[in-house]
Design a protein around this ligand. Structure first.
Ligand SMILES: NC(=O)C1=CN([C@@H]2O[C@H](COP(=O)(O)OP(=O)(O)OC[C@H]3O[C@@H](n4cnc5c(N)ncnc54)[C@H](O)[C@@H]3O)[C@@H](O)[C@H]2O)C=CC1
Ligand SMILES: CC1=C(/C=C/C(C)=C/C=C/C(C)=C/C=C/C=C(C)/C=C/C=C(C)/C=C/C=C(\C)C(=O)O)C(C)(C)CCC1
Length: 531
């Protein structure tokens, strides 16, 4: 139960304050203090405890903005980001350490030059968040930015004003305000932020706004990460466990009232099993909402009137048949989990991203047809789901791409904070979470150091050139092709020599172990023979 707390009224950041906020972030980065591992660790620890201490305010804000249950607010938002902080803290030293480059990346002849990759923070970064997981999707990238040693300005969604205000208060009270700032507002404030120079922009939101951000960023060649939406398909074949598929897909469309960018937009199902699947869906509905969805304390609400109307229009425009749910109450922004049986790819329920508790069911004659339809609707969705035999699931993975995928479930691949998450093509650029969050805000700078004593060895590069020295250099450092002009691998002397010396394998470690076994066997045999 959320405790009674007071949440400040939403206030946008003054437009004329934004250039100063941005230049403070840039200036602080130039002091180099955020590069220190200790600064990063302290900020992450402070963020962890801030989330714990502001839990009552955050729970109340999530309830106010999205009617989010405490269960979801903890699992998907507050505890999620706390876990992110712990993960980053646990691995930070390892992530931030220089990576030594050795053979096979660096030929042995180049090894005296101490090749390494230095992990450098990109600089001052801008993070723009969406409304659906207002805490997680704004602060999880921030964990990556802090871990990498960047300064950051974060811009929560104005559609979740209570969360935006609580996060602003929390971050200003607890984190280093010379390095991390919160700007509140909508389009004017985001545009003002976009007029500033950043070292990276991390955007989560719709493809339409993502495209505006990418265009603006391109003017200053600023790199961007885009975490966008998609029209995600679920495939169900005759070999699926239909009861399980129905239950799990209901999970995908009921969490956060379906306002999950990964949740399925439509289900492509073998026509012979459609009616049975619908019965299982209804059964799953009954189990999840024994008193009806509206009475459930667990089901969230649509964020605002505009999104409510958008979803209503999708349902009003469909030529399909509602086979589960369909009820709405505008005064409460309530939409019942709803499934619509459709028969055309052009149907509104197939063409628009639902991003709500509604989805369509499209019967197909075969998996071939399902794959054709899915590739037609959206070739590069954020996620896809496949419920079929092992071979069918493999085929779906093989013949259709997506940002991430789960076999036999809805978005379980997105429920772990330690593995990379991101879209592909027009569902997103770049990835984060786990180590990817650190990498996302890091420049991997290759460094080498050429010692003075090596000068006679590397002087070959200076003019006047000598072709005989180039040939010698190539013999010493150049790799040799092990294939002919038809692309066929040629097993020459080198291959057979290493095969024999390696006792049938290629890796030095494996060869060492095999030699050890042979020598041990030989030793035991000769000792026994000598007895
Ligand atoms: N891939 C992912 O991780 C996620 C993607 N999404 C996608 O986000 C969308 C829903 O989130 P929304 O908050 O409605 O997205 P949105 O794109 O409307 O807004 C996202 C952010 O952009 C800002 N913004 C809006 N219009 C702008 C403009 N013209 N110029 C500059 N900034 C602007 C907003 O203030 C907000 O902070 C869905 O399409 C969903 O699929 C949502 C969550 C996660
Ligand atoms: C503990 C033991 C076992 C294993 C138990 C297991 C595996 C429990 C699993 C629990 C489940 C089902 C957890 C579900 C978690 C779901 C989460 C965290 C969902 C997160 C969703 C997010 C973050 C959504 C993000 C949305 C975004 C980005 C968007 O808008 O798209 C055994 C194995 C049973 C053995 C005994 C011990």
């Amino acid at each position: 139960m959320a405790a009674k707390v007071s949440i400040p009224e939403f206030q946008t950041t003054a437009l004329d304050a934004i250039p100063t906020i941005a230049s403070t972030a840039r200036g602080t980065f130039r002091t180099h203090k955020t590069k220190k591992l200790q600064w990063r660790q302290v900020q992450l620890r402070k963020l962890y405890w801030a989330l714990e201490d502001y839990k009552p305010q955050l729970l109340a804000a999530l309830k106010e903005d999205l009617h989010k249950s405490d269960f979801e607010a903890l699992l998907h938002e507050i505890d999620w980001v706390k876990k992110d902080c712990l993960f980053m803290l646990d691995h930070l030293e390892k992530f931030a350490k220089d990576e030594k480059l050795r053979s096979p990346d660096v030929p042995v002849t180049y090894s005296p030059m101490k090749w390494r990759i230095r992990k450098e923070p990109l600089g001052a970064v801008l993070i723009i968040g969406p409304y659906n997981f207002p805490v997680q999707l704004l602060l999880a990238p921030l964990v990556g930015a802090i871990g990498a040693g960047c300064t950051a300005v974060i811009k929560p969604s104005e559609l979740t004003p209570a969360c935006a205000m609580v996060m602003k208060e929390m971050i200003e009270a607890r984190l280093d305000s010379s390095a991390i700032a919160v700007v509140n507002g909508g389009i004017p404030e985001t545009s003002a932020l976009m007029n500033e120079k950043w070292d990276k922009i991390f955007f989560t939101g719709s493809a339409a706004v993502g495209s505006i951000i990418a265009k603006k960023a391109a003017e200053t060649l600023t790199p961007v990460v885009l975490e966008l939406g998609g029209k995600n398909p679920a495939f169900i074949t005759k070999n699926a466990n239909l009861a399980l598929a129905a239950r799990r897909l209901m999970w995908g469309k009921t969490t956060n009232a379906g306002q999950v960018c990964m949740s399925q937009n439509y289900v492509l199902i073998d026509k012979d099993i459609v009616l049975t699947f619908i019965e299982h869906l209804k059964q799953a509905y009954k189990e999840m909402f024994p008193n009806g969805a509206k009475a459930s304390p667990d089901l969230g609400r649509i964020v605002n009137q505009r999104h409510f109307q958008r979803l209503k229009k999708m349902l009003d425009d469909t030529k399909g048949k509602i086979v589960m749910g369909g009820a709405m109450d505008e005064s409460e922004l309530f939409i019942e989990p709803t499934a619509v049986l459709v028969n055309s790819v052009d149907d509104s329920m197939m063409q628009e991203e639902s991003f709500g508790p509604i989805f369509s069911i499209y019967p197909v004659n075969s998996l071939d047809e399902a794959l054709n339809v899915a590739n037609l609707v959206h070739r590069t969705p954020l996620s896809l789901y496949s419920f079929g035999s092992k071979a069918e699931n493999q085929r779906v993975l093989n013949e259709m791409t997506s940002g991430g995928a789960t076999l036999n479930d809805s978005y379980f691949h997105g429920s772990l904070n330690s593995v990379p998450f991101g879209g592909v093509g027009d569902s997103g650029w770049g990835a984060y979470r786990g180590k990817a969050s650190f990498d996302c805000f890091t420049h991997f700078r290759t460094v080498c150091e050429t010692p003075a004593w090596a000068e006679p060895l590397i002087a070959v590069r200076y003019m006047p050139f000598d072709m005989s020295k180039l040939r010698l250099l190539n013999r010493l450092t150049g790799p040799k092709a092990n294939f002919d002009r038809n692309g066929k691998v040629v097993k020459g002397f080198g291959y057979w020599a290493s095969f024999i010396l390696g006792l049938g394998g290629k890796s030095a470690k494996g060869a060492f172990l095999r030699w050890l076994i042979v020598l041990a066997a030989h030793y035991l045999y000769t000792n026994r023979a000598g007895k």
